[in-house]
Design a protein around this ligand. Sequence first.
Ligand code: SF4
Length: 280
Amino acid sequence: MPAMSNTQTKELQPTTQRVVFDDLELGEIALELDDKDPQDVIAWGLETFGDRAAFVTSFQIDGIALLDMAYQIRPDVRVITVDTGRLPTATYEYMAQIKQRYPKIRLEVHFPDHRHVEPMVNQYGINLFYDSVPNRLMCCHVRKVRPLLRALEDLDAWFTGLRRDQWASRSNIRKAELDHDHHGIVKINPLADWMEEEVWDYVRQRGIPTHPLYEKGYTSIGCDCCTRAIKPGEDSRAGRWWWEKDAPKECGIHCPIETGGFEHEVQAILGETHEQGDGI
Ligand code: SF4
């Protein structure tokens, strides 16, 4: 297993030192990880990257399952979440509940930059996302994508709860892949080959409390204003940006959105603030 012997070398490096892979190295490792259990994939990631890896979660079922698995391997894992400023109250309550259940996690809450939010809201309105897809993508970019970019800046790897069965754009994800959208760090998807029901089975067996909105018919939970419960027969992500037609059910965190038209507005907003010392 040449790739694994490679990782043994890398785990000896202090965590302050960057751990970098190229496409070839990571491709070999991904092949080896492909039939491994999520716990093995997590253990590999934690051994390889140490503190230069973090779990990124919005406290949905997949992220919580991963967090529980990781906690049994290393309780003081770094956990990153983005508070967009528009989350449901239930998410804040659940976040506090999870921190109580896993007291040793190092939870880092990242917020959007007010120098980006204020001009966007003042120019386009507090609920701009309902007006057009470009407006919605701009809001997601300012409130989610940018804060996450900042959070990932000092990381060499991030763990996500992505699964191949979630959405067409996720059907080809590997358990470890180079994330070229985030300066080439490693994106680790330990649940890539799990089905939704397997995740629920794991969480039930472990007695883990779940986000209270699941009980109200939600199947994917994001910002309060952009998420609703699904109706019988609908796709599990149908409750996200439900008013949009033929737009990707993505915010841009996990894949670039190319249906845009919003980039010019974003640049105008970020450009204005950049002159004021933005630094992003
Ligand atoms: S989900 Fe809605 S409120 Fe949240 S960042 Fe995206 S557009 Fe903005």
